[in-house]
Design a protein around this ligand. Sequence first.
Ligand code: GTP
Ligand code: MG
Length: 206
Amino acid sequence: MKKAAGIRSATFVKSSAKVEQLPSPELPEFAFIGRSNVGKSSLINMLVGQKELAHTSSNPGKTQTINHYLIDKNWYLVDLPGYGYAKVARSMRTEWQKTLEKYILTRENLMNVFVLVDSRIPPQESDLTFINRLGERGIPLSVVFTKCDKIGKVVLEDNIGKFREAMLQFWEETPPFFITSAEKGTGKDELLTYVAGALKNSDHGD
Ligand code: GTP
Ligand code: MG
């Protein structure tokens, strides 16, 4: 496999609390989502090679808006708040779920949703439910296992195997899986190669 070229430039564009505030959809975009604290913002920083572009925190619920980053002046990378964060007030959660749903279902330039899943734990109902809902609606997605530096290979493979099995109860085949560590840079080339391929198909490739 050809090594993906690294990202040359990454700049923050804007934070949107509502779908109406999003940047105009003229560039292809790739969104990162997953439960709170799974490592979305850290993964984004790892991909772009900047330590503090997306704000990270050990307290879940850090990212609260839809955040657009312009990459190589050619595509948007989008950091989304986590789903299933229990400490946020129920009314706010419902509100956010509506916004998220609207974003995912209506965003015409959304090329792929990367759903991040904590590689250290067995399949979680909330992740599977979310993924299956995207699948039902025909939204292109990939599964990204995070924090793989924190566990051994045996547990990692066991958790991923179980996740695949759980998905195959609903899916005929599984979407692409990526194994990553924001700490160690694992999976960076694979993810960027995947994005580059999708951009090429959309006529936005180099
Ligand atoms: P919210 O914005 O709150 O939904 O969280 P998030 O999914 O953006 O998570 P964030 O990137 O803020 O990371 C949460 C915590 O996990 C931070 O303390 C990170 O340092 C840690 N973390 C994230 N990725 C990794 C990783 O690959 N390895 C290790 N060891 N820690 C990680
Ligand atoms: Mg975040």
